[in-house]
Each structure stands twice: as C-alpha cells, then as structure tokens.
Write a protein that binds this ligand. Structure first.
Ligand SMILES: Nc1ncnc2c1ncn2[C@@H]1O[C@H](COP(=O)(O)OP(=O)(O)OP(=O)(O)O)[C@@H](O)[C@H]1O
Ligand SMILES: [Mg+2]
Length: 382
C-alpha cells in the first residue's frame, strides 16, 4: 500500500513550518469537527483561534447526532468552520478515529530490531481481523524500566531490551480511512503533515506527565474511548459503543421530546436539578441521562480493575474528555461511581489564552482534547 509509516505516525518535519508559524490541530469526530490554531512564542503555545461545527446538519440530521458523511461533505464543514473561526493557518495535523484503527499491546519474544520489523506483519495477523494489505501498520516497543519515553516520541524511541520478552504497542489504521482523510484535506485545501490516532493526541493535551497510570475516558457522540496511560504510553485501550447520543435518545424517549429538544436540555442542565421542571421531571431527566452514563462507568470500573490485576498497579486517577464530559454535574456523578479520583480534561491549560476566555475554555475544553493535542504535536515538531 502506498502509505508509509512515516506518513501516518511521524510529522513530515522536512516540509517545514507554515509561513506564519501558526499550526492547526483538526479532529473530525462522529458528531462534530473541531479545529484549533496555535502558534509558539518564546516557548509557549498561544491559542490563536478555535472552532467547532456540528456535522449532523451536513447530513440532514440534528446537532449532536453521529453521522457518516462522504469526504466532500466533511470538507465543506471544515471549510465553513475555518471561515467562521477566522482560521488563517492552512497546515497541521489531523486525528484518526480510534474506531478506524486497531491498537493492541502484544507480547513478543526479545528480538533484534531488524527481526522485529519482519515479525510484526506476521504477528499482526493474529490481532487484526482483516487482510494486512488493507491496513497501515506501526509499532513501538514499550520500555521496561522507568524511562523518559512518552507518547510524544513513542515512534522514535529506541530502547534496549532488558529482558527475555518484550511488550509491543501495535497500531493499524484502515487504508480506506487514510484515503478519505487525504481527500478531505485536499478538498478543503489543507496541507496535512501527519495523521495521529486520536487517543495519542488526547494523552498529550490531557494527561500530566507522571509515573502513575491514569485512565482517560473520551465520551464522544456514538462511542466512548477508554484507555490507560502509563509514563505517557497507552497501555490498554477499549472502544465502547455508547456515547452522548444515547443519553439524548434516552432522554427524548423518557420525556416525549424530539432529539433537538432533548439535546438542548441535556447540554443546558445535565444532571443538575432545575426550577423549570417538577421534582418528578427532574428525577426522570436524571434517570434517563444516568442510564447510559452508569453503563459507561461500569465499563470504566471494569478496565480499572482488570488493569490493576494484570499489572499489579492501582490506577488512581480518571480524566474525563470528549464533549460528553461537559455534561453539567458529570464530575460529581463520576466521583460517586468510579473507584478512582476524577478530573475533567483541561487541554487549553497547555496554551496561553486571553483571560476573558479562560472560564469558557475550561467548560468546552474536554471536547477539544484531541484537536489541541494534535496542534501541540505539530508545534513541537515545527
Ligand atoms: N455541554 C454538554 N453537555 C452534555 N453533553 C454534551 C455537551 N456538549 C456536547 N455534548 C455531547 O458530547 C457528544 C459529542 O462529543 P464529541 O464532540 O467529543 O464527540 P465526537 O468527537 O463528535 O464523536 P466521537 O468521539 O464519537 O467520534 C454529543 O453527544 C453531545 O451531545
Ligand atoms: Mg471525538
């Protein structure tokens, strides 16, 4: 296949900086596309602009719905958000949905790097349910000892193997997905320097550097991504086919509201009681929203437990990301249901922003975890 690994997981640093030194991070989610423009100044990342556009309306659907659009329609939405947000940069990185990729940690015997390279496509067959010719593969040997390696340099790192076996992070992306993203970029007149699987981007913007394992929950529209990050490296990842859209649907069904109304009420009041409703209605709204959330949280607890057992380590912190993490009252609900400390992703905290925007960026921040992470990577490689 024509895509080389460096196309997929490494920046094309040889292409150089964008002319003004501003870079883009673009995240095309199932329900909305997000774009972030950053620039560096004296070592700091400056937020120049950001924008989000719901994709539902481009497919004749409501805001908040997950839609499958042809590349040309997505390019149209991207062009619109670029205009609306006054985006001036035309170059940066693009995230790849976790659902278009396959990430697994595999155990292999210790080998020389050259031998490992030959072994990977053969081993990959055991983990990838489609022909290897239909995917682009990459891998990274997970360091055994406390090292400096992080998701930033996971591809470049070369670690001496100290023991008999080795753990390898294997990544595969559907070639059809890559082709679609190339079409989108070309149609929207964007120069894409690298593609990155969304979970690696979110780690960069939302997980503090530290040794203790942290679990990230990215609550999207149609799916929730759950992964454990240790020393900056993704060690375990899971896709749950439940997300914010299901909360809206439950709420609509329970209250007899259409999707638009349920989506609006969910975002405005979430799990917090409001005077606009009777006690009964308030309870019904909470119950409807919690029915999805409780199931997601029980998946999270399952991952916490199994990771703890497998590696004999306690995952003490959970970070909530994705648009669904902006649900009013979610932190308290998570606190009550999860067997770990809970925090909300605050990706813009890695950037310098005007003071008047600080609180709004904290509120919408979780939804921008991926886009900010992509832009930060591009800044680092510029
Ligand atoms: N303030 C809010 N309160 C509650 N839910 C919200 C809020 N803002 C957005 N959402 C929900 O977040 C979901 C969208 O999140 P996000 O934008 O992260 O998903 P996506 O990236 O489009 O989808 P995916 O990650 O599955 O590809 C929708 O279900 C939306 O209703
Ligand atoms: Mg998303």
């Amino acid at each position: 296949m024509a895509f080389s690994l460096s196309n997929v997981l490494k920046g094309f640093t040889s292409l150089g900086k964008s002319t003004e030194g501003s870079v883009l991070g673009i995240d095309i989610g199932a329900s909305s596309a997000k774009i972030v423009q950053l620039r560096t100044s004296r070592g700091a990342a400056i937020l120049e602009t950001y924008g989000e556009i719901a994709l539902g309306p481009y497919g004749g659907q409501a805001i908040g719905k997950a839609v499958k659009l042809p590349p040309e329609k997505i390019a149209e939405a991207i062009t619109d958000v670029i205009r609306e947000a006054n985006v001036t940069a035309r170059e940066g990185g693009l995230s790849i949905p976790f659902s278009s990729s396959l990430v697994s940690v595999i155990d292999l015997p210790q080998t020389e790097p050259e031998q490992l390279k030959r072994m990977i496509p053969i081993e990959a067959r055991k983990y990838i349910p489609i022909p290897i010719s239909e995917v682009t593969l990459d891998y990274f040997v997970i360091p055994r000892e406390e090292g400096e390696s992080s998701a930033f340099d996971r591809v470049e790192a070369k670690t001496p193997m100290q023991a008999k076996g080795q753990e390898v992070l294997l990544v595969a992306i559907h070639n059809t997905a890559l082709r679609d993203y190339q079409t989108i970029a070309a149609t929207a007149a964007l120069k894409i320097n690298f593609f990155e699987i969304e979970i690696f981007s979110a780690v960069r913007s939302s997980v503090a550097h530290g040794i203790a394992p942290v679990l990230v929950v990215d609550l999207g529209a149609a799916t929730t991504k759950i992964y454990v990050v240790e020393r900056g490296i993704v060690r375990s990842s899971h896709l749950v086919s439940m997300g914010g859209q299901h909360m809206t649907e439950n709420l609509g069904r329970s209250m007899g509201w259409d999707f638009e109304k349920a989506e609006r009420v969910k975002r405005e009041r979430g799990l917090i009681d409001s005077n606009a409703y009777s006690t009964d209605e308030n309870d019904k709204i909470k119950t409807a929203l919690l029915s999805t959330l409780t199931r997601v949280f029980s998946e999270v607890n399952r991952v916490l437990l199994s990771y703890g057992q497998r590696y004999n380590k306690n995952v003490s912190r959970v970070v909530l990301a994705g648009g669904g993490a902006s649900l009013p009252g979610i932190a308290e609900a998570a606190h009550g249901s999860l067997s770990a400390e809970v925090g909300l992703a605050d990706p813009f905290s890695h950037t310098e922003v005007p003071a008047f925007l600080e609180s709004v960026l904290r509120e919408i921040g979780p939804g921008f975890a991926v886009a900010v992470g992509v832009a930060l990577r591009k800044l680092k490689s510029s």
